[in-house]
Design a protein around this ligand. Structure first.
Ligand SMILES: Nc1nc2c(ncn2[C@@H]2O[C@H](COP(=O)(O)OP(=O)(O)O)[C@@H](O)[C@H]2O)c(=O)[nH]1
Ligand SMILES: [Mg+2]
Length: 243
């Protein structure tokens, strides 16, 4: 008999004291076998202290403490490096603010039976967005159209932050060598998975805007994404030209 897959979900936090305990507990209710790794960038609001105070700290709950706010991509690289090193078989990622429904975590992991990467998707049948301001909807929709046009990937929700990977998939996409500091990390991995021939499944989810705490989205994060997507495509065209 094969042993069950070891699972972990990596959750980056910056100033998520109001959410961190709730998201950990919601994951443990929805997917009791799944451990949680919080990657905190030394949040001034004491997010990390709430993690170490959790009754499951050291068993089902883990903490990576980083020295300061270094961006979402950097936090995820640190979290994924830890998870790969610890030998988990399946590694998921989600936001701390409960925008990503923990009830869908099991469906994401289950999709890994037949796919290398599972994307929690707002933009397939059955998926959606709730309570999001119109300008965030526009940025998300417009961003996805831009990415699909420029990079030509078939995934509908290329900016999704709710995903699950087989450990081998993270190695195949060389996630630890990704370039993005900010939210373009999500696009970069979707694109790398596509180009390296991995099978990506989209699992419908409803994304609900955070009820508490504030968004860390910024103009510089959006500009980084626009510029990187273009530079990745240019690099591809240049290397095709050389061949
Ligand atoms: N560790 C870390 N987490 C971050 C950073 N920036 C954002 N996050 C986390 O990434 C997740 C998504 O950020 P959020 O502000 O909700 O973005 P939005 O949903 O696009 O408005 C949340 O869990 C944040 O706490 C960062 O620089 N470092
Ligand atoms: Mg959010």
């Amino acid at each position: 008999m094969t042993s069950p897959a070891r699972r972990v979900v990596v959750i980056p936090t910056y100033e998520e004291a109001e959410n961190v305990r709730r998201v950990i507990d919601a994951v443990h209710v929805a997917a009791p076998e799944c451990e949680v790794l919080i990657v905190d960038d030394n949040s001034p609001d004491g997010t990390a202290d709430l993690v170490t105070a959790h009754p499951a700290y050291g068993t089902g709950v883990h903490l990576l403490n980083r020295p300061g706010k270094g961006g979402l991509g950097a936090a995820y690289r640190a979290g994924f490096a830890w998870a790969l090193d610890q030998g988990y078989d399946q590694i998921a990622q989600m936001d701390a603010d409960l925008s990503h429904p923990p009830e869908r975590l099991s469906a994401l992991f289950a999709a890994l039976d037949s796919a290398d990467v599972a994307v929690g998707s707002r933009y397939v049948r059955g998926g959606g967005v709730q309570n999001w301001a119109w300008h965030r909807r526009m940025i998300s929709r417009g961003g996805n159209i831009y990415v699909r046009l420029v990079l030509g990937v078939s995934v509908h929700d290329t900016t999704a932050g709710y995903k699950a990977f087989r450990a081998a998939s993270l190695r195949t996409i060389e996630v630890l060598d990704s370039e993005s500091n900010g939210y373009s990390f999500q696009i970069e991995n979707t694109w790398r998975a596509d180009r390296r021939g991995l099978v990506t499944a989209e699992v419908p989810i409803t994304f609900t805007d955070r009820l508490v705490g504030t968004s860390k989205m910024s103009g510089s994060i959006a500009r980084e994404a626009l510029a990187r997507v273009l530079s990745w495509r240019m690099a591809e065209l240049r290397s095709r030209g050389r061949r």
